[in-house]
Ligand binder design. Structure first.
Ligand SMILES: Nc1ncnc2c1ncn2[C@@H]1O[C@H](COP(=O)(O)OP(=O)(O)OP(=O)(O)O)[C@@H](O)[C@H]1O
Ligand SMILES: [Mg+2]
Length: 254
């Protein structure tokens, strides 16, 4: 079997003596969209933050394309980290800049500082690539619109294009559709599913809507108080698993 693009093993994390991740294990393969489900406070964001390097885990290993991040020399660590991008519920874009500029920003890590000091003048090659990324998410015609004038769903599309322009192949999305209306949420999930399948990305998305997970994700993992409750193909996710996460009082021992 091929190496998973993202592999997380035994992830543990405490805040002030309270353990919020107690050994989280999962993998995301190239070409796969995995939904991360769980009640508020179950550790979903902390898990993604640890994978991104925004939070420091107390234990566990994270590997990108088979390469463990822990102990990598700085430069290699930066290169591996460039392969992962995160998309948030609250869209982190600059509303006064055009969609194209915002997508170009995804390339900042790989362009020389001299050329990135003035983001008004991204190199032509980067602008061309950014335009292609907008095309891949179906927003090429909005490239020169200010992001602040786009709808929430379109803005989330721009955030996805920025991740593509970073050339990330592991995309982590923390509640990417929670602020969107049902139609836009459907479209953004379809886009993430499409990109995973068409472009062989590994996508993990935290969702609070199990029905969206069932419709769009290939696999669902469930977090319960910082532990893995299940890891299943979406077709096998049923009410019993959802009750484990969201209505533990209703779960009757078999
Ligand atoms: N920086 C922090 N300092 C202290 N506690 C934290 C910190 N970040 C998260 N926690 C705690 O860790 C637990 C898990 O939080 P996390 O944000 O990962 O949950 P979540 O599953 O993403 O929840 P939600 O669905 O509400 O976003 C919570 O109890 C939270 O209070
Ligand atoms: Mg969260």
């Amino acid at each position: 079997m091929d190496t998973p693009l993202l592999s997380v093993r035994g992830l543990a994390k405490s805040f002030g003596g309270r353990q919020v991740l107690k050994g989280v294990d999962f993998e995301v393969r190239s070409g796969e969209l995995v939904a991360v489900l769980g009640a508020n406070g179950s550790g979903k964001s902390t898990t993604l933050r640890c994978v991104m390097g925004i939070a420091q885990p107390d234990a566990g290993t994270i590997a990108i394309d088979g390469q463990e991040l822990d102990g990598l020399p700085w430069r290699q660590l930066q290169q591996a980290r460039q392969r992962t991008a995160m998309i948030f519920q609250k869209i982190h874009l600059v509303p006064r800049r055009t969609a194209l500029d915002n997508v170009c920003a995804g390339a900042l890590a790989r362009i020389p500082t001299s050329q990135s000091l003035s983001p008004l003048f991204f190199p032509r090659s980067v602008q061309q690539e950014a335009l292609e990324c907008l095309e891949r998410v179906g927003l090429a015609d909005r490239a020169f619109d200010r992001v602040g004038r786009l709808s929430g769903g379109q803005q989330q599309g721009v955030a996805v294009a920025r991740a593509l322009c970073q050339r990330a192949d592991v995309v982590l999305a923390d509640e990417p559709v929670s602020a969107l209306d049902p139609h836009a949420a459907e479209q953004v999930m379809a886009l993430l599913h499409d990109l995973a399948h068409r472009e062989n990305l590994a996508v993990a998305a935290v969702l609070h809507q199990p029905d969206l997970a069932l419709r769009h994700a290939d696999r669902c993992i469930g977090l319960l108080n910082g532990t893995m409750a299940f890891d299943l193909p979406s077709s096998r996710l049923g009410q019993a698993e959802l009750d484990t996460l969201y209505a533990p009082d209703r779960v009757v021992a078999a």
